[in-house]
Write a protein that binds this ligand. Structure first.
Ligand code: AQP
Length: 331
């Protein structure tokens, strides 16, 4: 049987958070042995929001180093930078013509980001899901491991693929989303009804994968909770529910075990324990990250090899699409 193809990516729009880690990257490694894995640093998505060019460049390297530090093996997976493979933008143009204005208007992320960036509601922000569909469909992807917030975009990618396949003939594999059981939606520490985001202006809302131990513990100590004192889940206990999810992801403990562990103790003890578990969990990733960042030429060799491999796969799909659309092939 053919190996399944897995595709996913993260925008280098900030330093990656434990949300990006638990919702996405942490789950990618498990596919490497059995599947054809393609992981991309999606820099073209990042410019839908204004970026400082030097920061974007640095974060592109950092994001690639984080992928590897989190266990993605460049010998087993294809790792590359989106803007190095022109097929993403090219397919996006074609797929724009198979995506409806109404569909894009319903995207929750577009609505949220339009509110956050009211002075820059550009067309790229609106058509972002089409570029994402292109990322996925270009590689005939079977499975896309992402956090909960991206499921709406995956649904749209499926609709676009089905539409194109129906208008012409089967061209694209129709992808499925893969959401982890825990960690699919890590919430902000300062506003626990809102998802944790790397571009949050409030740095206390997120824990970055590169935060040092003191910073991590301080951020958890300040985490917004409720006025109850018992460590257990509750419908309105958004902050504690979130901390229990994070603690469970980093320690592997069940809810029952967590409740038992903190019986008779207060929120203060719990927050400290969560901070310590996260800091300990991130320490080996940070050590590996620092080593990788000291060897830029190694990262560049991975980017180059990855782009060559990805480009070969991308061109196959793109030429199929162009032929079906009726474009005269380049002579
Ligand atoms: N809070 C989260 N909990 C679980 N998963 C999350 N992801 C993002 N936030 C959480 C998952 O991380 C992957 C990469 O996301 P992205 O960078 O492509 O875009 P995003 O979803 O918009 O992530 P951010 O951190 O919120 O970025 P900014 O601030 O730039 O918009 C995806 O799989 C996503 O589901």
């Amino acid at each position: 049987m053919d190996k399944k193809t897995i595709f996913s990516g993260v925008q280098p729009s900030g330093i990656l958070t434990i949300g990006n880690y638990l919702g996405a990257i942490k789950n990618w490694g498990a596919f490497q042995e059995e599947c054809n894995c393609i992981f991309c640093v999606v820099d073209q998505h990042a410019i839908t929001v204004r970026q400082v060019p030097a920061d974007l460049r640095r974060r592109t390297y950092e994001t690639l180093a984080i992928y590897i530090a989190c266990g993605i093996d460049p010998e087993k997976s294809t790792l590359f930078v989106q803007s190095h493979v022109s097929g993403h933008a090219e397919l996006a143009w074609a797929l724009n013509c198979f995506t409806m204005y109404g569909e894009l208007s319903r995207m929750t992320q577009f609505k949220d980001k339009s509110k956050k960036n009211a002075d820059n509601i550009n067309a790229g922000l609106f058509t972002y899901p089409v570029l994402m569909a292109s990322d996925i469909l270009l590689y005939q992807t079977d499975l896309v491991p992402v956090g909960q917030d991206q499921m709406q975009h995956i649904e749209l990618a499926r609709d676009i693929a089905n539409r194109f396949n129906t208008v012409f003939s089967p061209t694209f594999t129709v992808p499925e989303g893969f959401i982890p059981k825990t960690g699919a939606r890590v919430m902000s520490l300062s506003e626990p009804t809102k998802k944790m985001s790397k571009s949050d202006e409030n740095v206390n809302g997120f824990v970055s994968l590169l935060d040092d131990k003191d910073t991590i513990i301080r951020k958890f100590k300040r985490a917004v909770t409720d006025s109850d004192t018992v460590v257990c889940r509750g419908d309105e206990k958004y902050g504690i529910n979130n901390l229990m999810n994070i603690y469970s992801c980093f320690t592997g403990k069940t809810d029952e075990e967590i409740v038992r562990e903190f019986e008779g103790k207060g929120y203060g003890d719990f927050k400290l324990a969560v901070g310590e578990a996260v800091a300990d969990g991130l320490a080996p990733i940070q050590a590996e990250f620092n080593k990788l960042m000291a060897d830029k030429s190694y990262l560049e060799a991975i980017m180059k090899n990855g782009a060559d491999t990805a480009n070969r796969m991308a061109q196959k799909t793109l030429s199929k699409v162009y032929r079906k659309l009726g474009f005269v092939g380049r002579l």
